[in-house]
Ligand binder design. Sequence first.
Ligand SMILES: [Zn+2]
Length: 422
Amino acid sequence: MNLASKTLLAFLLFGLPMVHATSVSFKESSVTPEGDIRLVFAMDKVSLVNAYALDDPSRIVIDLKDVMLGEMKTVTIGPVQSLRGIQEPDLTRVVIDLNRSVYWKKPWQVKTQEGVLLILEMKNNQSSAKNIRDILVAIDAGHGGKDPGAVGKNILEKDVTRMIATELERTLRDTQGYQPIMIRTGDNFVNLDDRYQIAREKGADLFVSIHADGFRLSSVKGASVFVWSEEASSITADNLSKKVLATDPAVRSKIGKLDIRDFDEDAARALYEIAYEAKIENSTILANHILKYLKADPFTKMHKDQVEYADFRVLKSVDIPSVLVESGFISNPDDAKRLSGKPGRRMIARGIFLGLHDYFKEKPKPNTIMDNYQGFLVYEVQSGDVLSEIAIRFGVSVSEIIEWNKLGSNPIFPGQEIMVRI
Ligand SMILES: [Zn+2]
């Protein structure tokens, strides 16, 4: 960012306090029914949040954009020793000092009548050598409810996407260190804007939207992976593009008056340029990893060999790497057959999982299992699991799982933890 736009940003953030009269204040602390420690902060609107933990001394840091520092109180509860608020030129920092390392959850934002609550939880009884949290993956099953998506013979896109999403959810839920966030779980309608807003509210590390296309020509087939592109888009936010923003004073005041109750992703592209550029780069890396696995899978035929760019609205989060996977064309008989069966859908879910796992190997998130990754995942065996299915799920062989875990001929059992080297 050049000096002019930095100055402008400072002007936008601090020069118009009445317009941007938004702040973060400590609201309350409590112990949840599960015994976890909960800290609640009050804000006026949804913010761009970057939360991370540091060790020696142990602390959790929450960086908030476009929010002024409000009132912080002395808080001592569980491992929490104190709260500090720091006003930096381009962000507000809240530091939670801890007396030991904790297992914590990324803070999430809840909209209420009065404003937005920012909630941070950590385990009180579980100790860990380092501060650690789960990686949150938002899974967006395309369409749903009144919106069937593409309609094939005896097959609806909304059902295919939900079943693939559920498959992916299971793998993430039962693998230590990962946690799925389901944008929809049942056959319900969720509008496009709500989909990426949910990912923001929950603090997702990644967003994957799952679709299955339809086309008037039944010969068109195969899977593709998409990343958001501003160039490919027809968004009406052209007047917010960085060039105009930096030069046109009339546009400045217009932006200053923006009244957005929620987070405006289109405006955010101009405001948080660095975060947006990283998001596009990371989305492309993620998409290429997923594409690699879909290509390698003998079940799945590809529609396009390269990552594609489009203005799919669900992908436009300013800072959350987001991809859209078209798992095939249900208007094509071969694809419809593949996506009607569990093996075919599982291959899509597996490709997404292995792809995002490789992504986090390349771009490790601090305080997660992928930060200093030990080269294996731990999967918790579920009731009804068989080794051959677990092997397919992770793209390894049954004999490998037996060898890694020295299982011999012993049967597996629910709750057992299995090491998978991927
Ligand atoms: Zn679709």
